[in-house]
Design a protein around this ligand. Structure first.
Ligand code: AKB
Length: 315
C-alpha cells in the first residue's frame, strides 16, 4: 500500500484521537504523528513521531520527503477563545500552516489534504437555526475569519491547481480521552470532569446558549470518511457543514443530573459569551449526507453515558 499519512498537530484534542484511529486502520509505521511538542505516552509509543512546527514550510517538506508522505491531516490551529487574546498569532498559525500544506500539494509532493474548518465561519448575520451549507458568513472572531479565509483558499487551490483538499466544519467536539484547549465550546467537556470531581460546575456561558456539538467518535468517523471517498463525491471544496446534536448548558446539566442527581450548575458568563452568541444554534448537514454518506450516530444522552462511565474509571 502506497498510502503514508502525516498528522500535523497530532497531540491536540482531535489529533490524538485521529492518530490512534488511523493507526488502527493502517500499519502504524505508515502513520506519522507530529506536533510542536511530544504527546501522551500512548501516542508516543504507538508509532513514529516528529517534532514539527506547522508554520515551518521546509521542516514539513523534509518530513514529507523522508517519510514518503501521500496524505496530510493538518490539525494544528489556535481556537476561538485563545485567538481573541492573540489575534496575530492565531492568524499566523492558522493561515501559514494551511498555505504550507496546500503548497506542498500544489507542487505534487503530497496527493491529498484534510483541513478542518469550524462553525466559527458563521457570524451574527448568519441564520441561527439549521444554518445551510451556503449562507451569509460574516464571522466576528479572528479564528472564524481565519477559517472562512482558509475555506476560500482551499476552494481556490482546488479550482486553480487541482489540489485534492477536503474539509468539514466541526461543531464543538466532546471526548473523554482528550481535553480541548482555548475554544468556546470547551465547557461541554469540562462540565463532565467537574461533575465527577466536584459535583458542581461554574459555566462561562449563559444557561440558554445553544450551540452545535458532536461526540468525538463521530467527528473522527467524518474525518476519515471524507478522506476515503472517491474525489468525484466531493462536490464542496471549501468545507462541508457537519451536524450531530445541539444543546445549551442547562440541557447538558439536566442530562448529567439524570445520572448524578447531586450535580449543580451555576453561571458566570465571560468574554466567550459574545463568541457563542455569534455562532449558529444548529446546522443543516444535508449536503455532506447526500454527497458522501455522512450521518452522526451519538446523541446527547448516549454521549453523557459514555462520558460519565469512562471518566468515572479515570478518577
Ligand atoms: C471552538 O470553540 O473554538 C472550537 C470550534 C467550534 O471550532 N471548538
Amino acid at each position: 500500500m502506497k498510502k503514508r499519512i502525516l498528522i500535523i498537530g497530532a497531540c491536540g484534542q482531535i489529533g490524538t484521537e485521529l492518530t490512534a484511529r488511523l493507526r488502527q486502520l493502517y500499519p502504524s509505521h505508515k502513520v506519522i504523528a507530529s506536533d510542536i511538542r511530544e504527546g501522551d505516552e500512548a501516542l508516543m509509543q504507538s508509532g513514529p513521531f516528529e517534532i514539527l512546527d506547522a508554520t515551518d514550510y521546509s521542516a514539513i517538506e523534509d518530513v514529507v520527503i523522508r517519510h514518503e508522505i501521500t496524505e496530510v491531516y493538518l490539525m494544528a490551529a489556535m481556537l476561538s477563545a485563545t485567538g481573541e487574546k492573540f489575534p496575530m498569532k492565531a492568524w499566523h498559525l492558522n493561515m501559514n500552516s494551511l498555505f504550507n500544506v496546500l503548497n506542498l500539494a500544489k507542487d505534487g509532493k503530497i496527493d491529498k489534504v484534510f483541513w478542518p474548518s469550524s462553525i466559527a465561519v458563521f457570524g451574527p448575520s448568519t441564520p441561527k437555526r439549521q444554518t445551510p451549507q451556503q449562507t451569509i458568513m460574516e464571522p466576528s472572531t479572528v479564528y472564524g475569519i481565519s477559517k472562512q479565509t482558509g475555506e476560500r483558499w482551499c476552494e481556490y487551490y482546488f479550482q486553480k491547481y487541482g489540489v485534492d483538499v477536503r474539509s468539514v466544519r466541526y461543531p464543538g467536539l466532546i471526548s473523554y480521552k482528550t481535553l480541548p484547549g482555548g475554544g468556546t465550546t470547551d465547557y461541554a467537556v469540562d462540565i463532565y470532569h467537574k461533575a465527577l470531581k466536584h459535583t458542581k460546575y461554574i459555566c462561562f456561558l449563559k444557561a440558554e446558549t445553544t450551540l452545535p456539538m458532536m461526540f468525538m467518535d463521530d467527528a473522527i468517523d467524518a474525518t476519515i470518511k471524507i478522506m476515503d471517498v472517491p474525489a468525484s463525491k466531493i462536490k464542496t471544496r471549501s468545507s462541508y457543514n457537519l451536524a450531530a446534536m445541539s444543546f445549551n448548558p442547562e440541557e447538558i446539566a439536566q442530562r448529567i443530573q439524570h445520572y448524578l442527581p447531586d450535580f449543580k450548575i451555576s453561571y458566570q458568563p465571560d468574554f466567550r459569551q459574545a463568541i457563542a452568541d455569534s455562532w449558529p444554534e444548529s446546522i443543516d448537514d444535508t449536503e455532506a449526507q447526500k454527497d458522501w454518506g455522512w450521518k452522526a450516530k451519538v446523541s446527547l444522552d448516549e454521549m453523557t453515558q459514555i462520558m460519565l462511565k469512562n471518566l468515572k474509571e479515570k478518577y
